[in-house]
Ligand binder design. Structure first.
Ligand SMILES: O=C(NCCCCc1cc2cnccc2s1)c1cc(-c2ccc(F)cc2)cc(O)c1O
Ligand SMILES: [Mg+2]
Length: 214
């Protein structure tokens, strides 16, 4: 039967990238998406903004919602200090399998734990299952209509501390209007918008960075 896009992306990485070299894995995926098939990775333009925020925060604990094929997972993991606890959640088991192979090809498998499941189920389990008290940095890149309920879940579960940074992808396209309204109007967050474009296109999109103040 016909292969899937994530499977073809993995093949492109195995063909073009150098094992153990995260930069070459990132480049191979960006090349595949620009010249072969579009895919919903955060991409190089928004990826550079992601890099700068991760570097600025220099987090000890990281959560990513929406692994997909592991592109942003590799971007984040390659910047983390040794000993950082990094968890990434993916709903689709087929994507979990591809992502683990792409992360391993980059040589970053010891830096991150890929967990299969939905955010609504897994966020309340973070403390007991992974020994996390609070997250220093959270990258939201999963179902856009889950951004708002999940930030409220982080608050309810006591997973944010003063200075926790949340970075949300796709706040314009596909869009997360209720989430934007919440973080921009809540006195508990300091928010800033980073304009960019939908990965590999000229369509307007951007990232919203929100710092928890409580
Ligand atoms: O849907 C997007 N990403 C979410 C996939 C949700 C799967 C998961 C749910 C879930 C629940 N709990 C835990 C983990 C997870 S993972 C997405 C879509 C576009 C896009 C697509 C078409 C288009 F024309 C224009 C933009 C661009 C993007 O950058 C995206 O990120
Ligand atoms: Mg995205």
């Amino acid at each position: 039967t016909r292969s899937t896009r994530p499977q073809r992306m993995l093949k492109a990485v195995q063909k073009k990238a150098t094992k153990g070299d995260p930069e070459s894995v990132i480049s191979a995926i960006d090349y595949f998406c620009k010249h072969s098939e579009w895919a919903m990775n955060v991409g190089d333009e928004k990826g550079s903004i992601l890099d700068s925020v991760v570097t600025e925060v220099n987090p000890s604990t990281v959560l990513e919602l929406g692994t997909y094929c592991g592109y942003s997972t590799v971007r984040i993991a390659r910047l983390l200090s040794p000993g950082t606890k990094f968890i990434t959640l993916e709903f689709n088991p087929a994507n979990v399998t591809i992502a683990r192979q792409i992360i391993a090809y980059a040589g970053l498998q010891d830096k991150v734990t890929v967990v299969e499941g939905s955010s609504g189920d897994l966020i309340p389990q973070m403390k007991e299952r992974f020994g996390i008290t609070t997250f220093d940095f959270i990258f939201l890149d999963h179902w856009k209509d889950r951004y708002l309920p999940d930030i409220k879940l982080f608050e309810e579960c006591g997973l944010l501390r003063k200075g926790s940074v949340l970075l949300a992808d796709n706040v314009i396209c596909p869009g997360a209007p209720e989430y934007l309204e919440y973080v921009r109007n809540s006195p508990r967050y300091e928010s800033r918008y980073y304009p960019a474009h939908l990965e590999y296109t000229k369509v307007e999109d951007g990232l919203e960075k929100s710092v928890f103040l409580e």
